[in-house]
Design a protein around this ligand. Sequence first.
Ligand SMILES: [Zn+2]
Length: 399
Amino acid sequence: MKKMYLIIASILWVSASHAQVAKRAVVRDGQFNAVIQEVVLPDLTSDHSYEGKFFKIVQGKNEEAVRFDDSEDLQLKAATTYYHLNKARKFFAEVINSSYVQNLPQITIRLDLTNVFNELGHFANDNLDPQYNNALSVPGGRGYAPKNIEPWGTEIWFRPSKEINIKDFRGVADYGGSVKNSLASFRRQTHIANLQQFIITMYGSSVGGNIPVGSVMRLVGTSLVLEVLFQTSDVAAEFFSRKIYRLDSALVPEIIYHEFSHVALSNHLELTHSTPVNEGLADYFAGKIADSKKLATKIKDYNLFSGKQVNNKQQYRLAFERGDFANADFVFGLLWNIGETVGTDIENKFVYGMTANLSTNMSIKEDLINATLETCKQACKSPFNDRLRLYKLYNSKNL
Ligand SMILES: [Zn+2]
């Protein structure tokens, strides 16, 4: 009997020392559908909570990590974000070889947080414009001792989902009664839909301004996320499955990649600004981290820059640069094409290297285009010819 205990104890000890903890998380299957599976969580430093070398997953304003005995719902979000954040980090640290990402300190990830970000106070007042159905990355701050506000580092926040009944959307009847049908019609008709624009158009002012558009959906991503949610039957996102709109951003791998990409690029592109160029870049890397043939095919077919199945492909317009309808979709499609033009074997390092020539308030037409041409001088396999091919690509789009 004693021997038995010893054997069991040593098995437990061995497994604890390796910290090979498996948890249920949302992942993509080969068909790009979201499924819940057991995955091994890498680099955990705690044996009872979701705290690891690179990420600590907390709920709301807590500083203690989510525990292995917390509710199943909360743990599913904790495991899903933890698993995919580590995958995204690995991509930048090991595939791209970014020393900035290699040296990032542990990042706190907040689930179910509704507060608006405040640059001085960290969290804005609880009652101020609570946020749902989106995610964002926030820069670190110095804190404010007189008000007991501790300094904080870069963080990623995932909002809780909140159901919004489809009857509150404007014009749904015209589109066939479900959000999914509505989106399909909208895309067919306009071919300029990015997710935010879609929501704004659908939501309009029909609810008497009770719920501002911003609290329904901030820029959580663009073509890529739209495509993902539209093309897959998502157990996690349940986005179009019923007569409701709701988005559990902590359960959508591509949103997690998108947010980490913002962090990974934050040495040159500030987290406080959302521009078409930095949103397009975050989507580009989210697409590459996802590394799915099926998704890549969809992007080829439906991206609004050059999609095979898009009739009315977009030409560059000045309106893409700024304002509510600033178009990150155009940038995303542009980057995807630049990658193919310079060669898929070097595209990720090319696009990443290019960000060193970018700053926060850059324009598409001048700064982004110049940065690609500059980068090509150094990084392209045949700089002269590849630059010509890039010029040709830009000319075809009025750039
Ligand atoms: Zn973003």
